[in-house]
Design a protein around this ligand. Sequence first.
Ligand code: DOR
Ligand code: ZN
Length: 355
Amino acid sequence: MTDDTVTLEIAAPDDWHVHLRDDEMLSAVTPYTANVFRHAVVMPNITPPVTSTQAAAAYRARVLSAAGPDARHDFTPMMVLYLNEQIVVDDLLAGAADGVVFGAKYYPAGATTNSAAGGNDLLAFRPVLEAMAGAGIPLLVHAESTDPSLDIFDREADFIEKQLLPVVEQIPELRVTVEHISTRAGLDIVKDHPQVGGSITPHHLTCDRSDLLANGMRPHLYCKPVINSREERMAIAEAATSGNPSFFFGTDSAPHPLSKKEAEKVAAGIFNAPYALEVVAELFFELGCLDRLEGFVSHHGADHYGVERSPAKIRLTRRADTEIDPPEAMFTADGTEVRIFGADAARRWAWEAVS
Ligand code: DOR
Ligand code: ZN
């Protein structure tokens, strides 16, 4: 080790937003999440979408059996129902009371991968949302308008103004999370409302649309909401590193086969789970605020959701010089290749569980 090595211990981190899929993909990707994160909020946009407590319990069992031999002993997948007309309020309330269902996720129909079964009007779910508010069940939101006449980079702001603000203001007891914030509009609604939190991804923190488009289009950086301008990225990084407890880590790790990413119509989603923590650690290091990393990755989300902060710790180490070459692709058991985001940061950082 050189003198330039940096070491810090933080509470075990949580991933408040992850796509683990099903079948071979589930088996391949889940260990990356289960090895390092204590809580993982598992998105319900599988086929068919998870719309009942029974389906959530069955999916949780599949996730746990895919976690692998090196999973954290306290790895806890937290299951989410896909908010659409199939949701039965009594089932949602019973599932939450039994500890099976953590929250409900709203997808605008057509906004992203497997969102066809989503909604067209968030306020149309008012009776469900009021029941959730009464029971303390959080609403997780993909905040993006689907109006084709709107510019793609303006869709988060439009959704927030037209769909989300009315809900936040009319049902103030409802705990809300704006997922994968990509613009200042997303940051602002969080800053302005104590009951609203915001999850932030490694890629929206570290990339902008010039990275996506300027030097040969990079399909592996394509996700929804699309990575936005440099100004938006800097505002997101400022919020994540500010210590504001309303902002927390959600990787939005979303694996797609290489054949779907290098295609005529590119699938939205970035698989970052293997190096997500390393990417964020490197950003906080570069910005000189490693002392705020623990809040962002391990405390703020737990506090927002009223979940226990992880008592266990991990140790992170940054090496100034390194020869390791972390893999940039993963293969499922049936040979499907999936590209991994963040290998540069993984050259620098390593972590180990210490308790
Ligand atoms: O880029 C994305 N991919 N955004 C989402 O909201 C969904 C995700 C997926 O499931 O692939
Ligand atoms: Zn997602």
